[in-house]
Design a binder for this molecule. Structure first.
Ligand code: HEM
Ligand code: MG
Length: 233
C-alpha cells in the first residue's frame, strides 16, 4: 500500500529525527526526504501519528527552514545543523563534536533501551531518568557539550513525543517494543500491534506528559556557556 514501510534508499535524505524519518519511510512524507514544506509536515504528523499542530512542533518546523537556503522547504538530513534544533546529549545519536549526529547509534541508545528494568513499558518517570543519565554520560564524553535551557526544553519535548506517539498519549506509558522499533528501524510497529493514537496528540496532552517528565528530572545548565540562540545555514 501507499503507506507500507520501506527502508530509505541511498539517495533518500534522512536526518536526526526518528519521527520525521519514520513518516518518510511510510510515505506520509516524500520518501526522498527532500523539499519538505511546513504544510507537508503538519499533514504527515496528523495522518501518521494523530499529532496535531502542537506549538513546539510548529516552531520546530519553522526552525527547519533556517537549516537550508531554500525559501520554503528543507531536507531531513539538513535538520542536523548543530545548534538550530539539533542538540547534544540525544537519546539515539552522537554529539556533533564526537562524530555522527545524524544516524541511529545503538551504543548511545543503550541508556534508553535498558531503562525501566523489570517491566515491558517506558513511562514519564523512566523518560526523566534517561534524560538525566544521558546528560551525565555526555558530560564525560563531551565536556564542551551545550546544555542550556533551550536544549533542555527540546529534549523533554522529544521524550514526551516518543512516549505519546508510541504509547498512550494521555498517560505517557509506551510499550518498550514499540519505542525500540521506532528508534531502531524508524518504522511504525503495526505488525506488532501498534495503533495510531485514538486521542489527538495536542498541546494539552503533550504538556501533561512533558510536565510529568520535568517533575522527575533535575536539571542545571552546564558545559559551554553559549547564548541560547539558533545557528543559521
Ligand atoms: C529529534 C520525535 C517532529 C526535528 C527527535 C527525537 C524524537 C523526535 C523522539 C529525539 C531523538 C534523539 O534524542 O535521539 C518526533 C516526532 C515528531 C517530530 C514524534 C512528530 C510527530 C519534528 C519536527 C521537526 C523535528 C516537525 C522539525 C522540522 C527534529 C530534530 C531532531 C529531532 C532536528 C534532532 C534533535 C537531537 O536529538 O539532536 N524528534 N519529532 N522533529 N527532531 Fe523530531
Ligand atoms: Mg543530537
Amino acid at each position: 500500500s501507499a503507506h507500507q514501510w520501506q527502508a530509505p534508499g541511498p539517495n533518500n535524505s534522512r536526518g536526526p529525527c526518528p519521527g520525521l524519518n519514520t513518516l518518510a519511510n511510510h510515505g506520509f512524507l516524500p520518501r526522498s526526504g527532500t523539499n519538505i514544506t511546513i504544510p507537508m509536515i503538519l499533514d504527515a504528523m496528523d495522518e501518521g501519528f494523530n499529532v496535531q499542530p502542537i506549538t513546539i512542533l510548529r516552531a520546530s518546523a519553522k526552525l527547519g527552514l533556517l537549516t537550508t537556503d531554500n525559501i520554503d522547504n528543507f531536507d531531513l538530513q539538513g535538520l542536523a545543523l548543530h545548534g538550530t534544533i539539533e542538540h547534544d546529549a540525544s537519546l539515539s545519536r552522537n554529539d556533533f563534536a564526537l562524530g555522527d549526529n545524524i544516524h541511529f547509534n545503538e551504543t548511545i541508545f543503550t541508556t534508553l533501551n535498558n531503562s525501566n528494568p523489570g517491566v515491558d513499558y517506558y513511562n514519564t518517570t523512566s523518560a526523566g531518568q534517561v534524560l538525566v543519565q544521558r546528560l551525565e554520560e555526555d558530560k564525560i564524553a563531551n565536556p564542551n557539550l551545550i546544555n542550556t535551557q533551550k536544549e533542555f526544553f527540546v529534549r523533554v519535548g522529544e521524550s514526551a513525543l516518543y512516549l505519546s506517539v508510541m504509547g498512550n498519549a494521555t498517560t505517557g506509558v509506551a510499550p518498550k517494543q514499540f519505542v525500540q522499533i521506532f528508534f531502531r528501524e524508524e518504522r511504525l510497529p503495526l505488525e506488532e500491534g501498534w495503533k495510531r493514537s485514538d486521542v489527538p496528540i495536542d498541546d494539552d496532552t503533550l504538556s501533561f506528559v512533558t510536565d510529568e517528565i520535568s517533575n522527575v528530572t533535575t536539571w542545571e545548565p552546564s558545559g559551554a556557556v553559549v547564548c541560547p540562540w539558533i545557528h543559521l545555514q
